[in-house]
Design a protein around this ligand. Sequence first.
Ligand SMILES: C[S@@+](CC[C@H](N)C(=O)[O-])C[C@H]1O[C@@H](n2cnc3c(N)ncnc32)[C@H](O)[C@@H]1O
Length: 147
Amino acid sequence: MDDASYLDFHFKPEHFRRSDESHDEFFYTDPRFVVHIDDNAIVAATRLYKELLPEHGKVLDLMSSWRSHLPKDVRYAEVVGLGMNADEMADNPQLSSYVVWNLTTSPSLPFEDAQFDGAICTVSVQYMVKPVEVFRDVGRLSSTLGS
Ligand SMILES: C[S@@+](CC[C@H](N)C(=O)[O-])C[C@H]1O[C@@H](n2cnc3c(N)ncnc32)[C@H](O)[C@@H]1O
């Protein structure tokens, strides 16, 4: 069974249906400057990112907000945020740039092939309605996995 048939077999459309199917723009109109995880979880995420993301690499922060939890003592070439709220991402000191983008309506990412060296998606994957499409496209962006 190839990759696509395996995924189609195991993941039915109803598995990704939400109890509230209203447009994501409604929920994310107003900025929310909150942290979603406690200090220990932030430390664990930061430690993992330090281990996995290449120093001086270009990083994509998927489903980004006002904090990226990246290590402060590591320099990245660029950190690009993609999320729903511009005010939140504008307040994120670790982002070099950001794009407001709805992954539910547009799971193909607005970036050229093979331009990122790493991608993170912190405490947000549960909001994705099309995770298979999104992560397949993240592979396309990878400087090592992509085309
Ligand atoms: C729980 S917050 C996490 C934010 C950030 N990653 C963090 O660690 O604090 C969820 C984030 O998912 C983003 N998000 C939710 N639905 C989205 C969608 N359809 N497309 C893109 N981003 C989305 C929102 O912008 C929001 O900032």
